[in-house]
Design a binder for this molecule. Structure first.
Ligand code: TXA
Ligand code: MG
Length: 337
């Protein structure tokens, strides 16, 4: 595929020169830079607007490179890696000291994953031949805003902060973020595997892989009481609310009185209203997850008075989606409805 080779070479060239590359992964777009280049890593924090006490995920092409960045490699991580890598799983392990201090934000641990997306993997493999092969990349969105899953959303989010020499890898069907939700993060650094962020790889799959129970922790990879908490400043113009099926039946017409209202629901509502745009959401969690962020990003640009999402089912298949919707709820305007 000549176009793929051309873009990979261009991306690797940018990484080598210490520039940033927003690249697709199978989860979301990442804003990447050479994890061993202090200057490049500092710019990632700056472009993203992220507090520097929140460490970045390292993206590597293979196990040999993983072992360069971590201190120990024990049987739990080895089982998880052979089952889920390349793929949407991030492991927290003891820091081997290979990367720049800023990439790990001074932590004694590092977050690392081998992505499965063809572009990401190919870029990392080529970068390992001519450079460090380790790309530090948070999700490619401004801090506390919605993650991005296509080049257009990355551009809208970051264009005012990127330099000319940085690069946004274009999207097309080949470059799709097929899961659309950030990786599952499992902390394996202290003997008791703990899920720090839920994702498409489920708790039960992790437990059956390692043959023991895992905990889910709510701190989501952040130092408790750290100044970089997410209850922040983002208040876009659109009000956003999760709504139950019963509330749709009972309150929908009243809610539409606010102005133009978008409803993402699992079955078309019986009522119509001149202010209402109702769209049926995918009933399959995998497809819903794939569409979620691009839906939120595009709806937030539409000058709507109100965005309503019907509450998804409460079971393990929808766990990661409910987690992200919960966060989105806090990010969007919390105006009283
Ligand atoms: O799917 C993903 O994971 C995407 C793609 C681009 O790979 N990346 C991503 O990165 O979601 P980011 O920075 O948006 O989220 C990473 C989370 C942050 O909450 C960060 O604090 C946590 O991982 N984290 C990173 N290093 C950690 C560490 N050593 N210990 C605990 N949490 C860590
Ligand atoms: Mg993020």
């Amino acid at each position: 595929m000549p176009q793929l080779t051309y873009e990979v070479n261009k991306a690797v060239d940018s990484l080598i020169r210490g520039k940033l590359v927003a690249f697709p992964t199978e989860t979301v777009y990442g804003l990447g830079g050479d994890a061993t280049n202090e200057e490049a890593v500092r710019r990632i924090y700056k472009v993203k607007g992220r507090p520097t006490d929140r460490p970045l995920i390292l993206h590597v092409p293979d196990l040999a490179t993983v072992k360069k960045v971590v201190l120990n490699w024990a049987s739990t991580e080895s089982k998880l890696a052979s089952r889920f890598w390349p793929g949407p799983l991030t492991l927290i392990l003891k820091n081997g000291g290979f990367i720049s201090e800023s990439a790990s934000a001074g932590y004694k641990t590092v977050a690392v994953r081998i992505p499965s997306h063809p572009f990401a993997l190919s870029m990392l493999e080529s970068f390992a031949k001519v450079g460090s092969g380790v790309v530090a990349a948070p999700s490619a969105n401004r801090f506390s805003f919605v993650s991005t899953t296509n080049a257009e959303d990355v551009e809208i989010s970051l264009q005012n902060y990127l330099d000319k020499a940085d690069m946004i890898v274009s999207s097309n069907s080949r470059d799709e973020c097929k899961f659309g939700l950030e990786s599952t993060i499992v902390d394996c650094s202290n003997g008791i595997p703990t899920i720090l962020r839920v994702g498409v790889i489920k708790k039960t799959e992790i437990e059956s892989c390692i043959g023991k129970p895992v905990r889910i922790s709510k701190i989501e990879g952040r130092r408790q009481n750290s100044p970089g908490s997410s209850s922040i400043h983002y208040s876009p113009k659109t009000a956003f609310k999760m709504i139950s099926n019963g509330e749709i039946k009972r309150d929908l017409l009243d809610l539409c009185e606010e102005g133009e209202t978008f409803l993402w629901c699992f079955e078309k509502p019986v009522h119509t209203h001149q202010n209402l745009i109702a769209e049926v959401a995918p009933s399959c969690p995998r497809e819903y997850g794939r569409q979620l962020y691009s839906k939120l990003n595009s709806l937030d640009r539409e000058q709507l008075a109100l965005i309503l999402f019907e509450e998804p089912p409460k079971n393990e298949d929808w766990n990661a989606i409910c987690d992200r919707l919960d966060k989105a709820k806090n990010r969007f305007c919390t105006k009283k409805l």
